[in-house]
Design a protein around this ligand. Structure first.
Ligand code: 16G
Length: 239
């Protein structure tokens, strides 16, 4: 099954073999792949070699490990276009996934200096601080920390933050216009890893979005941490 004379390392050949079986649908999403011991026997290689292949496929997001249970085929990553200004709720519904939210924090505070400056607030003005874990089909996808000026959305409530903040805004005679967004890679902190149900160390995508209403007022700053094993951002570029 493997070509031992090939210059392609064994662990790469095993990776390709397993990938092929996943792509061809022989190993379905959520299904366990054979154990390390079985693969060691099947390919007649060392356990180290098998482990290396599996680790690479886990890093790529094709497989995931569950302690004491085995290694399973992961669902394909969510492909998120970087073009429209959409909400998490819209993004998940448009894919036929069920969005849900676990609220971690929702309170009104006097804005810290940097947040106040970015949101064009005077000293002492208040913001809502919202920390949410966003789920798709009951799986945690991202942690979002948002800051919204109280004077723009004074009636922001539990129903809105547990549902869609963008719908709430648009149902209150406010029109969302555009946003600026940055994205960087970072390593997840321990407390966030627990909320996202991923291990430490894991890479996550940190996205910062600053969004504006059509009247030019900034209405939110959001710092989101997306699971890099579940998300892929796509942009179209033209020459
Ligand atoms: C998205 C936005 C976030 C926005 C949220 C509103 C990114 C990186 N972030 O998650 O800025 O606050 O949607 O979602 O896309 P909601 O309307 O479902 O509450």
């Amino acid at each position: 099954m493997l070509d031992k004379q090939s210059p392609v390392p064994m662990y790469v050949q095993i990776e390709e073999h397993l990938k092929r079986r996943i792509v061809q649908g022989e190993f379905e999403v959520g299904m366990a792949i054979p154990s390390e011991r079985e693969l060691t026997e099947l390919f007649d290689v060392s356990r180290m070699t098998v482990r290396q292949s599996i680790t690479n496929l886990v890093t790529e997001g094709l497989l995931y490990r569950e302690k004491g249970r085995g290694t399973f085929v992961a669902s394909p990553k969510v492909e998120q276009p970087l073009s429209g200004l959409t909400s998490f709720t819209e993004d998940m519904l448009s894919r036929g996934m069920e969005p849900s939210t676990k609220l971690v924090r929702f309170k009104k505070v006097v804005a810290e200096l940097d947040i106040a400056q970015a949101l064009q607030l005077a000293e002492g003005e208040e913001v809502f601080v919202v920390k949410r874990i966003r789920h798709a089909d009951d799986k945690p996808m991202a942690i979002e920390r948002s800051y919204l000026p109280v004077k723009i959305v004074p009636e922001l409530n539990l129903d809105a933050v547990e549902g869609s903040v963008y719908s709430f805004i648009e149902n209150h005679q406010l029109a969302i216009s555009h946003a600026t967004q940055s994205m960087e890679a970072t390593l997840v902190k321990k407390e966030d890893a627990e909320l996202l149900q991923i291990s430490v160390p894991s890479a996550v995508l940190l996205i910062e979005r600053m969004s504006y209403l059509t009247n030019g007022m900034p209405f939110e700053i959001v710092r989101s941490m997306y699971r890099a094993d579940r998300y892929k951002f796509i942009s179209e570029i033209r020459r």
